[in-house]
Design a protein around this ligand. Structure first.
Ligand SMILES: Nc1nc2c(ncn2[C@@H]2O[C@H](COP(=O)(O)OP(=O)(O)OP(=O)(O)O)[C@@H](O)[C@H]2O)c(=O)[nH]1
Ligand SMILES: [Mg+2]
Length: 430
């Protein structure tokens, strides 16, 4: 299991603008302040081009662009740029507490991880019959941000299949960070091990894929000989099979015979595996028997994992084959995105009594109502007062036991409460 933490931050909405039309022959032009642009969203998108969460170790912070502020002449601010964060197929997204949010099973499923803040309305939007010259505008809404936990259940791209003791674990441990046990006797490996193979330099990898080391497979495994073949279910999702044949031939099986026994056993377990693309590779070429080497052009690739020869060629061949099969999908890969639906947080009004004489009011709509460009402006103050009353803040405060002279805080606004009137006391700067 691969894990990473990710912090997503959507863009803030742009602020609305306060502006009035100015023309030479018009003494009092109408309001023409434009709206702020919406902040960009952060999306997670599953892709087939990644197979680990390694990149998030270096880049855990992902944020989208802010919306631009509105301007005069009714020019609205431009939307902030969305940020698309690519994650490997099979990524499970959770809250830091481990609550599951979404399974991004297959490309190109997308999930909205953080919503951009709405743009603030410009003063033109506050024009009413009673308010002919609105002198305030809304601030942009702050973009959502949160920590997410990503988990990836690795699915092998390549599974290494071979007789016991043929050098599977040695090969896998030289090409990946997986360190399965290696020993000079059969059945050392008892369960599959997964490792990520990176091609190219570590600073700019040309590609990566997941390789699975598996226990040894022998003739009669389907009748339960050796370790049986139940472990093969772990590699059924592998897109490519690497059949490793021992060139230092074991127990009288020539490389050719090893190949046909292995393929026969794979087919007896699941016929689909016979149609899976495969690559035949000879192992231990440094100590290959003359007999094994005599057959012309077989196997097509051979390696010495101990000396490191032939290994790079095999890795690039695997990479090339995986690229070519990009379009071929293993059925179990191809499920749609699984989203776990949760109730949206309530949009209501929440009043919290912080201490004697001090109340805090929370709620999206409420906080938005007080996020205006200039709260010292009397027009703005009367707009806020009206909005808060409509949203039920007055009633909620009274139910919570507010008394004249108590301090009430909403977002960045702090004021002193007097029955039936809200007097702006102090608007702290943002
Ligand atoms: N000379 C030589 N020996 C090798 C090479 N690769 C593996 N071996 C040896 O072969 C033995 C078995 O290697 P493993 O990698 O454990 O083989 P395995 O296929 O994983 O074996 P099981 O897990 O038991 O199925 C060890 O003693 C390795 O050192 C090689 O390229 N050259
Ligand atoms: Mg092994």
């Amino acid at each position: 299991m691969d894990e990473a933490s990710l912090h997503v931050r959507a863009g803030d909405g742009g602020a609305g603008c306060v502006s009035f039309r100015r023309e030479a022959h018009v003494s009092k032009g109408g309001p023409d302040g434009g709206n702020g642009g919406k902040g960009g969203d952060v999306w997670l998108e599953a892709t087939t081009n990644m197979s680990s969460l390694l990149v998030f170790k270096d880049h855990p912070f992902q944020r989208a662009g802010d919306g631009a502020h509105g301007q005069g002449k009714l020019r609205h601010g431009r939307q902030g740029k969305d940020r698309i964060v690519l994650v490997p197929e099979g990524t499970v997204v959770k809250t830091p507490d481990g609550e599951r949010l979404v399974d991004l099973v297959s490309a190109p499923s997308r999930w909205l991880a953080a919503r951009g803040g709405r743009g603030g309305r410009g003063n033109a939007a506050f024009l009413t019959n009673q308010r002919r010259a609105p002198s305030f505008a809304e601030q942009g809404e702050v973009g959502e941000e949160r920590w997410l936990k990503l988990e990836l259940k690795l699915m092998a791209d390549v599974a290494v299949v071979g007789f016991p003791n043929s050098g599977k674990s040695t090969f896998v441990s030289t090409v990946s960070a997986a360190k399965p046990r290696v020993a000079p006797y059969p059945f050392t490996t008892l369960q599959p091990h997964l490792g990520v193979v990176r091609l190219g330099s570590s600073s700019s990898p040309a590609g990566e894929f997941v390789i699975a080391d598996t226990p040894g497979l022998i003739e009669g495994a389907s009748e339960g000989r050796g370790l049986g073949h139940q472990f093969l279910r772990h590699i059924e999702r592998a897109r490519l099979l690497l059949i490793l044949v021992d060139l230092a031939s074991i127990e009288g099986y020539s490389p050719h015979e090893q190949e046909s026994v292995l393929i026969n056993e794979l087919g007896r377990y699941n016929e689909d595996l016979l149609r899976r693309p495969r690559l035949i590779v000879g192992s231990k070429k440094d100590i290959a028997t003359d007999y094994a080497m005599s057959s012309n052009g077989y196997p097509p690739y051979s390696i010495s994992a101990v000396q490191g020869s032939g290994v790079t060629e095999v890795l690039w061949k695997i990479w090339q084959m995986l690229q070519e099969m990009q379009s071929i999908k293993i059925p179990s890969y191809h499920q749609s995105m699984l989203v776990v639906h949760r109730p949206e947080p309530k949009e209501g009004v929440l009043v919290v009594k912080e201490r004697e004489g001090m109340f805090v009011v929370r709620g999206k709509a409420v906080e938005r109502a007080v996020a205006l460009s200039d709260l010292t402006d009397p027009q703005a103050a009367s707009y806020v007062q009206d909005r808060l009353r409509r949203l039920g803040v007055d009633n909620a405060l009274v139910s919570a036991g507010v008394k004249d002279g108590d301090v009430v805080q909403i977002g960045e606004l702090e004021f002193t409460y007097f029955n039936d009137s809200v007097i702006s006391k102090k608007a702290r700067s943002r």
